[in-house]
Ligand binder design. Structure first.
Ligand SMILES: Nc1ncnc2c1ncn2[C@@H]1O[C@H](COP(=O)(O)OP(=O)(O)OP(=O)(O)O)[C@@H](O)[C@H]1O
Ligand SMILES: [Mg+2]
Length: 802
């Protein structure tokens, strides 16, 4: 492909060069310093000014031997040489032709090489043209991208007309390893050399492109960072100008942390967070989160304590002043306070007030707060299902906050407040975790010195807090929680007690709240009693208070309209003007005795309740249907009552298989109130017996008691609440289990005096007292009469089709 013209051999001085490869056509300046090189140079200058330049293998070698020098190099003309002040010589050489060493001889301190000059020319061909234009194109791009090359001179080099020269001038300008250059020098065929040069160029271009991309990206990022830096600095300057320097703020924070009196762990956490905050750009989302967290840590009370009042006499006076009645409960509270004074670290016993709404549970807790000089905080746990509401969310969540406990401690501002957990019985559990488990950690004296909130993330000491729980019922509170509580029951008030509470507290309070004086309005005792009887129906005094408030508001309006001279006396006669028509007119006792309708006494969330129990019979197949939102236990006790009645069929004058042809439907109205418990057993049995024997049940008798299959009556709970309820609605006779007689000691005298109480042991006694007539045992007869409309087949109108 190319012609290698055989040339004659030449003998010229040889100089090893390091770290570069001299190509033909190339002008190269370099410094000569080595003794041997100087000699070779001098020899050449004295002669034809030609010298052979070859690259040594290892650039670090000062005194290379012929076999440590590549044997292909370039024969060059020495264009210029200047002796420098330090004895070195600066030379400018121009490469002439490649040459290969045939033999080297050593002469007076330098090498002389016998060379064969390789001059080669490429034959023109389309392939050659193609590769020439490819190399030219690539090289132009290369020059553009590479910062180290001078554009003009390079382009001039590219214009060279000879492909062999082109390849050499391009090769000499490439920024590649010396070894690679040497390979190109040793490649004698111009076409092959050009191809290799093209490949190298392509590789280099790719590298340069990647580099350029990275560079622009880095540059862009740097620009953004610079911009941010600039803006931040400007912001700082503005802040400084406004007198609230960032630096100051952080210093301030540090001071606050040091002064907060945090325990070791919390302090370390705060310091650590502060360090993080210092490194964050101010105003960033991250720093807001961090700052919020620090604010929370700082806002918590760690050391601050209310000075506790330890004066039992004072506590007694405060309780007495603020609450009427409730003697037993007050006594228990005072005992509790006394024990807490005597024992240094009182264990266990968290007070828990259980009772219907409006009996003063929350307000008693507030009184305890006042009596002991503690701050008062309260959270309602009604409807809390999520553990996070108690314990908070981890800080990694957006908008995370601490839980209720920590929030309230912050609000209290002291480490020893009285903390009321209202409605602990209304908490529920679901997939978001069990809040009662978290609550246990709060209440357990073994654990609560190290309560952990997910947000706060450090242990917080709750052991100085006085916890008080309130609940309407006990049975929905998880047992482990109950075990940590000291339960105090508030059953509800009698009419007389309510009157006293209204006179002494509620009226006064409402006058204050509505801005009236006692000159504007007076409530007569009869007036208040009328409200209690006909506008309320409750165990506590919540509605009573509301109705009194409603009256006061009406008067306030008149005072505003007509002047401060308004003076009203509230009596039964004018109450209708303020409260509208009577809400509860009829007392229970005025109702009529009916078949299958029995008055039962129940104990529900709203206190004692009088509930009617209805039974009705239908032709059927022996099914027992129960409706009225009855719980499982109540359903079972209905089954038991039914079994009892079946076993007594003969005595009741019923055919043995009466139930096979009957369906019995039991219903307990007031469907909105969930009812449960075994205490309706005798009530249900009485209804069934009445329905079967068609003897009416006395409407002025109420009853409560559990029934066994053999007709025994077992004791039940909540006697006091139930008797209060019966008394409230005007019932005069109450049947209770014999074993509950002991509970009668608790009943207020006025209630006890107004009731005839029949204590029974068996169902027979119940029936005797409750049914209008005694049962007549008769011989087995037909199925008892039932309501006819259920018995007949529906008529079909066949005539119409013909
Ligand atoms: N014995 C009492 N003496 C004086 N005021 C009373 C008495 N009992 C209740 N009150 C008043 O009745 C109102 C309702 O009481 P409170 O809010 O404590 O009821 P509660 O038992 O906490 O009810 P709930 O279960 O609905 O939370 C309050 O204004 C309270 O002061
Ligand atoms: Mg309350």
């Amino acid at each position: 492909m190319f012609n290698r013209e055989k040339t004659e051999l030449k003998r010229v001085p040889m100089m090893p060069v390091r770290d570069m490869v001299i190509f033909p056509q190339m002008m190269t300046p370099f410094i000569v310093g080595r003794e041997s090189s100087v000699r070779a140079l001098e020899d050449a200058l004295a002669g034809e000014k030609k010298i052979f330049l070859a690259t040594q293998h290892d650039a670090s070698m000062d005194d290379p031997q012929p076999d440590q020098i590549y044997n292909v190099g370039t024969l060059a003309n020495i264009v210029q040489s200047v002796k420098l002040a330090d004895g070195n010589i600066k030379v400018l050489v121009e490469g002439v032709e490649r040459a290969k060493v045939v033999q080297v001889s050593v002469e007076e301190g330098f090498f002389r090489a016998t060379l064969r000059v390789v001059s080669s020319r490429a034959e023109p061909s389309p392939q050659l043209e193609q590769i020439v234009s490819r190399v030219t194109g690539l090289f132009e791009q290369y020059v553009k991208l590479s910062q180290n090359l001078n554009y003009d001179s390079m382009i001039a080099a590219v214009r060279a007309d000879d492909p062999a020269k082109l390849s050499d001038s391009v090769a000499s300008n490439l920024q590649i390893a010396v070894e690679e250059k040497q390979e190109l020098l040793e490649c004698f065929d111009p076409l092959e050399r050009l191809t290799r040069v093209a490949d190298i160029l392509e590789g280099e271009l790719e590298k340069l492109n990647v580099e350029r991309n990275i560079n622009t990206r880095v540059k862009r990022q740097m620009e953004r960072a610079q911009k941010e830096y600039y803006l931040n600095e400007k912001l700082k300057a503005i802040h400084k100008e406004l007198g609230r320097g960032e630096k100051n703020e952080l210093e301030e924070l540090k001071k606050k942390i040091d002064a907060a009196g945090m325990p070791k762990e919390a302090n370390e956490k705060a310091q650590q967070e502060l360090k993080r905050l210092e490194l964050m750009p101010p105003m960033s989302a991250e720093s807001t989160v961090s700052r919020n967290y620090l604010d929370w840590l700082l806002a918590m009370p760690w050391k601050k304590k209310s000075k506790e009042i330890r004066d039992i006499a004072l506590a007694e006076r405060i309780l007495e002043e603020e609450h009427y009645g409730l003697e037993k409960v007050k006594e228990r509270i005072l005992e509790y306070l006394a024990v807490r004074q005597l024992v240094k670290n009182p264990r266990g016993s968290i007070l828990c007030f259980v009772g219907p709404p409006g009996v003063g549970k929350t307000s008693l807790a507030m009184s305890i707060g006042r009596a002991t000089g503690r701050k008062f905080v309260r959270v309602s746990l009604g409807g809390v299902r999520d553990e996070a509401e108690i314990r908070g969310h981890r800080r990694t969540y957006i908008g995370a906050l601490p839980g209720q406990i920590v929030q309230m401690m912050k609000k209290a501002g002291t480490i020893n407040p009285i903390f009321v957990l209202d409605e602990v019985d209304k908490m529920s559990t679901d997939f978001r975790g069990d809040p009662s488990a978290a609550l246990m950690e709060v209440l357990d004296p073994e654990l609560n010195h190290a309560f952990t909130d997910h947000y706060l993330d450090v242990e917080y000491d709750l052991s100085k807090v006085m916890f008080v729980c309130t609940a309407n019922v006990l049975h929905t509170i998880p047992q482990p929680l109950q075990d940590r509580m000291e339960v105090l029951r508030l059953a509800g008030y009698t009419e007389l007690e309510k009157l006293q509470i209204a006179k002494r507290f509620l009226v006064k309070k409402q006058l204050e709240q509505t801005g009236l004086t006692s000159a504007n309005i007076t409530f007569t005792d009869e007036g208040l009693q009328h409200i209690i009887r006909h506008y309320t129906h409750e165990a506590g005094v919540r509605t009573l208070e509301r109705e009194i408030a409603a009256v006061c508001r009406k008067i306030s309006r008149r005072v505003v309209k007509e002047g401060a001279g308004v003076s009203v006396e509230v009596t039964p006669a004018n109450l209708g003007d303020f409260l509208g028509i009577i809400k509860f007119r009829e007392l229970w006792a005025h109702k009529k005795s009916e078949i299958g309708l029995t008055t039962g006494l129940a104990w529900t969330e709203v206190g004692g309740q009088v509930l009617a129990t209805e039974a009705t019979l239908m032709v059927g197949k022996g099914r027992l249907t129960l409706t009225g939102k009855l719980g499982d236990v109540m359903q079972e006790s209905a089954q038991a009552a039914m079994s009892y009645v079946r076993s007594r069929s003969a005595l009741l004058g019923l055919p043995r298989d009466f139930y096979r042809h009957l369906d019995i439907h039991m219903h307990v109205p007031e469907g909105a109130i969930p009812k449960d418990g075994p205490s309706a057993g005798i009530t249900i049995a009485t209804s069934i017996v009445s329905a079967l024997t068609r003897i009416p049940v006395r409407c002025d008798v109420a009853m409560t008691g559990e029934i066994t299959l053999r007709g025994k009556v077992l004791p039940i709970g909540g006697v006091k609440e139930k008797l209060l309820a019966a008394h409230r609605v005007g019932i005069r006779t109450v049947i209770i289990p014999k074993d509950n007689e002991k509970d009668l000691a608790d009943i207020p005298a006025e209630v006890r005096a107004g009731l005839t109480i029949i204590a029974v042991e068996t169902m027979d006694e119940v029936l005797q007292a409750a049914l209008e007539r005694p049962i007549q045992p008769v011989a087995p007869g037909p199925v008892p009469e039932v309501a006819g409309e259920f018995g007949s087949e529906p008529e079909t109108d066949q005539n119409l089709t013909n």
